[in-house]
Design a binder for this molecule. Structure first.
Ligand SMILES: [Zn+2]
Length: 559
């Protein structure tokens, strides 16, 4: 412990007003946290502002500044003495006051993931960067001609000739053998780092620092597997019949290249509907502003600081950022008046609202969403509305007949989209778990076992190639993919709770939440204001009456 804390200990000894008198460990912990916050608060704000400047300007000196500030922050969290203090305090079991213990846990995890020995960390970062570079520069070939990923995707979306589809699919997999040895090397380095910190492998370490537990996730994914097995088989049979007909092959001859993207993670375009016509003459920013005001979550102050339209050099995607955990929340978009950007602005403003309304009494360390996937869930919950027929009718002033037309196709599309994504997420979760458990096993075979088990897609006969390695996420976002799935599950659980318990309706038919202030009240009270005061599953249980469960996602999209 550092000397500066002693004075703070004396100061804070008198701060605990309610409840039992704090013990020595609790006093020390409070002092540690106070000193820590004093140090990181300005650093984090500066780093967030630098990132915002870089994303909006595109200037390389701004990006350099982000790099420097991120490294400085990382240095704080890699301090071994601070970590030893946190570890000792945590293991003593004496820090009992719930909000204080919660802050200790959050800090402990933040330090834990930064305790990797510097030389090993350097190797991990460098190898990761090298693989990422290989990904961005490699081009597959069709008949000896180089093709971009966009070209491959285009062929898979539009071509009816099976041989041409096969060549495109194969071109998309050619990066695999180029990067697979390095990915296995990276996995082993990450495992080494995890073992040095006392964990079985990197997968277990990652889940632990993210406050997730393999058993808890396995349970959710197993349940989801059981619940979606039959409906997926049925829907996929319908889809296969359409795809086979389009390419004039028998259903039994369908191969991985007959689906509309390289991994069968997206919905083939067969049921899609063009909703852009409904948004073309509208202003998506106005619509989002009006909608959020109507549910009691006004967004004017967020939008005032935001950067919404395309500009040379600006980041072409979208994100939301909490600059100071004290209300300076901004979103970046590149708005156009179409359905995709309607979804995106609703999505980003969902994140932004979560960050905007931290409870006044929540301490700095906990002024964050309960988990990365809980904020994703809120964003998805609102983003889904851009395709919701009832929402569209009310917001876009459509006729009943127009609503009925949208309904005819939108449900089928949503169902297919969610089922396909669910089965794909299972492949990613299960494969990655086993990849870190044993990187020396036959991974090529393991991959196709998973694809056949979860996606019902056949491995091409005799194929023994590292097709799994063509997925960049194993390199750039390790052990993260499952969070997208958990976000969808929670979005549905919140939707179910709002419909049945808050609006007290029998079904969600015609529910678009327009003008329903109770929706904003519920979310801000039960989700936003509690921030990270509870671990994610406790927050979900307190808000909806039960821990995270796949059953509402299944009932919303599948039954
Ligand atoms: Zn998001």
């Amino acid at each position: 412990m550092k000397t500066g804390y002693i004075i703070l200990i004396i100061l804070f000894a008198g701060v605990f007003v309610l409840g039992c008198t704090p013990n020595t460990k609790e006093i020390q912990m409070q002092a540690f946290i106070t000193a820590h916050v004093e140090k990181v608060k300005p650093m984090e704000k500066e780093a967030n502002l630098a990132y915002w400047d870089a994303a909006t300007s595109g200037k390389s000196e701004d990006y350099d500044k982000v790099g420097t500030l991120t490294l400085e922050l990382r240095r704080v969290y890699s301090d071994p003495c601070d970590f030893a203090f946190l570890k000792e305090a945590k293991e003593s079991g004496q820090v009992k006051e719930p909000v204080l213990a919660r802050q200790m846990d959050v800090l402990y995890n933040a330090y834990l993931e930064n305790q990797i020995e510097p030389e090993l960390l350097k190797q991990i970062v460098e190898l990761g960067t090298e693989i990422e570079k290989d990904f961005s520069t490699f081009r597959g070939t069709i008949d000896d001609e180089k093709v971009t990923n966009n070209r491959i995707k285009e062929i898979l979306k539009t071509e009816n000739d099976s041989a041409k589809r096969e060549s495109a699919w194969l071109a998309g997999k050619q990066v695999g053998p180029e990067v697979s040895d390095n990915i296995i090397k990276l996995v082993k380095l990450r495992n080494k780092a995890a073992r040095e910190l006392g964990f079985e492998n990197f997968h277990t370490l990652s889940l632990t620092t993210a406050e997730q537990d393999v058993k808890e996730l396995d349970k959710i994914f197993n349940e989801l597997y059981e619940l979606t097995n039959e409906p997926f088989a049925k829907l996929k049979a319908e889809l296969d019949a359409i795809l086979a007909k389009q390419c004039s092959v028998d259903v039994s001859e369908l191969m991985p290249w007959h689906y509309h993207d390289p991994f069968f993670q997206e919905t083939p375009l067969v049921y899609d509907v063009d909703l852009d016509t409904y948004y073309r003459d509208k202003d998506v920013k106005e619509l989002a502003t009006k909608f959020y005001a109507g549910i009691g979550l006004p967004v004017e102050s967020i939008l005032a600081n935001s950067d919404l339209y395309e500009r040379e050099g600006k980041n072409p995607h979208a994100f939301s950022t909490d600059i100071d955990r004290q209300g300076d929340v901004r979103i970046l978009c590149n708005l156009k008046n179409n359905e995709n950007w309607m979804e995106t602005i609703l999505h980003e403003l969902g994140h932004a609202n979560y960050d905007k309304w931290h409870g006044d009494d929540v301490p700095y360390i906990l002024r964050e969403p309960a988990h990365i996937f809980t904020t994703e869930a809120i964003a998805m919950f609102f983003g889904r509305l851009s395709r919701n027929p009832a929402w569209m009718r009310q917001m876009l002033e459509l006729t009943d007949q127009q609503q009925a037309e949208i309904e005819k196709v939108s449900f089928k599309y949503a169902q297919l989209k969610q089922l396909i994504f669910t089965r794909w997420a299972m492949v990613m979760y299960d494969f990655e778990k086993q990849l870190y458990a044993n990187p020396d096993q036959d991974l090529n075979q393991l991959w196709w076992q998973m694809v056949e088990k979860y996606q019902f897609v056949k491995c091409p006969r005799g194929r023994d190639e590292p097709d799994w390695a063509a997925k960049i996420h194993f390199t750039i976002a390790p052990c993260y993919y499952h969070n997208y799935m958990l976000g969808e599950l929670l979005a549905s659980q919140l939707h179910h709770h709002l419909v049945h318990k808050i609006l007290k309706l029998e079904s969600d038919e015609n529910v678009g939440y327009v003008g329903q202030k109770v929706v904003g009240d519920f979310l801000s009270e039960k989700v936003f204001k509690v921030s990270a005061v509870y671990r994610w599953n406790r927050m979900i249980e307190k808000a909806t009456g039960e821990p995270l469960t796949p059953k509402y996602f299944v009932s919303e999209f599948i039954n």
